[in-house]
Design a protein around this ligand. Structure first.
Ligand code: MG
Length: 250
C-alpha cells in the first residue's frame, strides 16, 4: 500500500513537472527584447521576406486604465478577432512585427522599461491565443523613428538583410494600424469623413511605399473584420467592454 502511494506521488510529481515546464517554456519563448528578430521566424527558401507591420494601441490592444497607451506592464487588454487573421499571416510566412509610437516616454508619463514590458505583455497575451509576434520596436522620441517617418521600418529591413541574409518582399508587405484617416482632416477612400485619432499608420505605409515601392495599408477594422459587426475603431477600454458584453469571445 505504502509502495503504491509512493509510486503515484512520483508519477504526480513528474506530470506536474512536465506541465509546468511546458507552461514555463511557452512564456519564455516570446520575444522580449526590442529590435531583435525572434528565432521562431523561419527564413523562407526564396530568401525574400514579407513583413506584416502592426501598430499596437487601438490596433492590438487598449489600456484598461483609460490612458491612450498602457501605463503599466499589466495595463493591457487585447482587442477581439485578432487570432485567426494573424495566425494566417504566420502560416503564409510573414515576419510579424509591432511598430508603436510611445511618445509617453518622451513626455515622462511612462519609462522606456514600462513601454517595453507592456509590449512584451501584449505579445505574451497574443501568444496565449496562438499568435506569434517575431519582432517589436517602438519610437520613444520625436525623431525619424516616429511614425509616419520610416525609421522603424528601415531598421527592421536592415536587420532582415544583415541577420537573415534576405531581401524584403515590399510588394507583399502590409501595415495594419488604426491611424488611417484622421477625424476632421482626411476623407476615407469612399469619400466619407475620417473617424480616426490620427493618420500616422497610413502615412507610414505610404512613406515606405515611396521609398521601397510596396507596403499596403490596411485598417484593423477591415483586416480583423470588426467593420462587419459595425465597429470602426476601438478607441478606448469602455468601447471594448461594451463590445464584449454583446459579443463574448469564444
Ligand atoms: Mg494606434
Amino acid at each position: 500500500m505504502k509502495e503504491t502511494s509512493y509510486f503515484y506521488s512520483i508519477i504526480l510529481i513528474i506530470v506536474f513537472g512536465l506541465i509546468s515546464s511546458l507552461l514555463y517554456s511557452d512564456q519564455n519563448s516570446v520575444v522580449t527584447a526590442r529590435r531583435i528578430i525572434s528565432e521562431k521566424f523561419k527564413i523562407p527558401a526564396e530568401k525574400s521576406v514579407k513583413i506584416a507591420f502592426f501598430d499596437a494601441d487601438s490596433t492590438l490592444r487598449v489600456a484598461p486604465s483609460g490612458k491612450p497607451s498602457a501605463n503599466s506592464p499589466d495595463d493591457v487588454a487585447i482587442l477581439p478577432m485578432l487570432a485567426g487573421p494573424m495566425r494566417k499571416l504566420e502560416q503564409e510566412g510573414y515576419l510579424i512585427a509591432i511598430v508603436s509610437n510611445q511618445a509617453g516616454v518622451m513626455y515622462g508619463h511612462i519609462t522606456l522599461e514600462i513601454a517595453r514590458q507592456a509590449l512584451v505583455k501584449t505579445i505574451n497575451d497574443l501568444a496565449l491565443k496562438g499568435v506569434t509576434i517575431h519582432y517589436f520596436d517602438f519610437a520613444e522620441n520625436e525623431d525619424s523613428d516616429r511614425k509616419p517617418e520610416t525609421g522603424m521600418g528601415d531598421r527592421l529591413a536592415g536587420l532582415v538583410k544583415e541577420k537573415l541574409g534576405c531581401a524584403i518582399d515590399w510588394k507583399n508587405s502590409i501595415m495594419v494600424g488604426d491611424s488611417g484617416w484622421k477625424k476632421g482632416k482626411d476623407l476615407e477612400p469612399d469619400g466619407t469623413p475620417g473617424d480616426d485619432f490620427s493618420n500616422t499608420d497610413r502615412l507610414f505605409a505610404e512613406n515606405l511605399n515611396k521609398k521601397y515601392g510596396g507596403v499596403k495599408f490596411i485598417h484593423p477594422r477591415d483586416f480583423f473584420g470588426w467593420i462587419k459587426l459595425g465597429i470602426k475603431n476601438f478607441k478606448d477600454f469602455p468601447s471594448l467592454k461594451e463590445f464584449l458584453e454583446t459579443h463574448p469571445e469564444k
